[in-house]
Write a protein that binds this ligand. Sequence first.
Ligand code: GDP
Ligand code: IMO
Ligand code: MG
Length: 421
Amino acid sequence: MVIVGCQWGDEGKGKIVDVLAEDVDVVARYQGGANAGHTVHVGDEEFILHQIPSGILHPEKRCLLGNGVVLDLLQFFEEYDALRDRAIDLEGRVGVSHRAHLLLPYHRELDRAWEEGSAEKIGTTGRGIGPAYEEKAGRRGIRVADAVDAERFERLVTEGAERARDRIEQLGGTVGEGFDRALDESLALRGRILELAVDVGLEVEGALDDGRRILLEGAQGTALDLDHGTYPFVTSSNTTAAAAATGIGVGPTRIDSVLGIVKAYTTRVGNGPLPTGFDPEMDERMRELGGEFGATTGRPRRCGWFDAVLSRYAARVNGLTGVAVTKLDVLDTLPEISVCTGYRTPRGLVEEFPADTHGLEDVEPVLETHPGWESPTTEARSLDDLPVNARRYLDRLQELTRAPIEMVSVGTRRSQIIHVR
Ligand code: GDP
Ligand code: IMO
Ligand code: MG
């Protein structure tokens, strides 16, 4: 099963993966890097996972990083060691693809230089994602498999760093303090990463043949997909479900189902259009209610009503077989809740998500307003436990999205979940 974000990321993928991980054997990430921030609550503890799959908090589940990710060596081992320090047993549980590209300190420096030097800023997470995928596509990238030969590895990293320095100078920037030390630290991790290197596609294929169950965990969301999102305000990978096959190294015919994660409202962090965005007062209110601050960068997330034009698009481009709605409880106190069913544009009503990103800045959302339920949903464990207006709201989201709701999340805890079917 593929788990995919259906908005602009931060839909609550981490929480849903953690809940579903109980019943699977392997959880694998297929794209992105340390730009992701997936939050999981276990008891009173909070974990924010950036690169290690969200199945890691269940003992004995195997967690893999596929060829489609850009693996930030320094951040990866920082995260790995931090989990171990919190008494998570990682022995034999984490594997990384030989074919995954390495994200090195100079990619972060380049990311910063591009952002500082450009008039139209993307508002990236500053994690070096764009430059790392650029080098991959440009066939100048360095893969985990390149670490096998120490001498060659050092040469490739040194050449990469030199290339980056030149580029950063051209962009009018300079590399940050501690750059050379970070490079040395990266080179020193060569042995450690090789110990974890496996053929992820082969391992997943074998596990499937043995009848084991696999979750493929997406990062970011559909509207941040390099091809299908609000380009250029997107991330540099394909986030949508089909990328799970290429990013792991299995054929698309091995995927049985695609679960789309949607928040009961919309958020966005970074630049680019948000058609259902609130006015400043309501924006502030929702940010407080939902705790909408970036899990990776701490930046405030912009908030807006649920956008059914986007969710329907996500259902189509991901081929969703089901939907999980998260953060329903965040709407518990609102007297009225709106849903966007279309966009009014100078050229008439639009009901399909448009390719024209700049035009999207000016659309006026067509809103349909529903009465709120004004009572807590956090203790609900079945649809029958929900207030009638909450059920009506969910029915409407399902109807507009055109995919069946399979799960509803009503809080951060594992137990705060409704399994619909
Ligand atoms: P991800 O990147 O898609 O994994 O999502 P994030 O972790 O970045 O953001 C989701 C935030 O909402 C996290 O702080 C979660 O703990 C929290 N969260 C997830 N599901 C729920 C829910 O059903 N209710 C509430 N109140 N919070 C939730
Ligand atoms: P998770 O997996 C929300 C956004 C950035 C920026 C754009 C490009 O936690 O949902 P990048 O650093 O990828 O080059 O930034 O994408 N972005 C995310 N927004 N959640 C994420 O991940 C994101 N990862 C990147 O804010 O707008
Ligand atoms: Mg996140």
